[in-house]
Design a protein around this ligand. Sequence first.
Ligand SMILES: [Zn+2]
Length: 359
Amino acid sequence: MKKILSAILILCAAVLFAQEAPKTQNVILVTFDGYRWQEMFKGAQKQLIGNKKLVKDIPALQNKYWSEDANTRREKLTPFIWNTVAKQGSIIGERKNAAKMKVTNPMRFSYPGYNEIFSGYGDPKVNSNDFPDNPNLTIFDLLQADDKLKNKLVAVATWDAFPRIINSKRNGVPAYVNIKDSAGKCTSGNLTYAGWSQPCPPSNGFITDDSLTYHFAKEYIAKNHPRFAFIGFDETDHFGHEGQYDSYLNSANQLDGYLQDLWNFIQTDPQYQNNTTLIITCDHGRGPAAANMWRHHGQGILAADKIWLAAVGAGIKNEGVLKSGHFYQKQTAATIAKLFGKKFYEAEKFGKPIDEILK
Ligand SMILES: [Zn+2]
């Protein structure tokens, strides 16, 4: 009897222990620039994948990404998002009979969108991609002011506006951007990463080189173990503007592959396993498929305010596709702050944490 009782006690303790949510120690935020909610939730779009002005080899692209069933299509296009993030975490923005997500800035282009993600506020004064150093305090300033997190933050991105958006001059957070292979070393403007030990990975030949961004970011993360890392990809937006739907889809598929690779690394790294949160989102949407508006975004494209956000890992509920509610880009900063057990700056204008996906 005693044996049975102690076995029951051990079992109860195990259940209690299992129910205690692991605390987030690290957050990795990844953005797919200008990647539409339509492809995220419904995969390749019929009107676009079959248009020979937008696709060089229609049968080959259809073979890769097409199915009559929208759920199969999205799994073919971004398998990590649908087989891992949606099954273990939460995803917002499917719109039809599900949760909706929008930007609140009136611009619907990149600097204003990233400002809204980082600063928790869709500041209408931020009205240009050439805007100077960001006057708004951001999640980077908040975390950098914490002694336990100080100098454990990094940004790696394809687009060279990020040092201004993050305001690295103000907070000292390194922002490695527009990474080039220079004499076998990865360099980024004036910043050369001294810890880099290998030749820079080969470029994929795309103009915007998200492959360099990813491999540099992974190497940096593996060596330096930042507590908060931002990785900003750009090719989806670039190929959207170019009207190359095949390259737009291939980029999304490749970025999804990077996420899978990063997730595999997180699961096996002693600092990151079981206590790291991965958040993936975008800076803005794009127009609808009709009249080729999918290529564009900005103030005149009202539908480009529609975005999405996906999250998985420590501190994130397993809600799958969130079924209801209206969410906003400005909530991202407070959500990251809350994962670190912190409150974002106090003011009415700042978005609140997305508690619906937080444990
Ligand atoms: Zn754009």
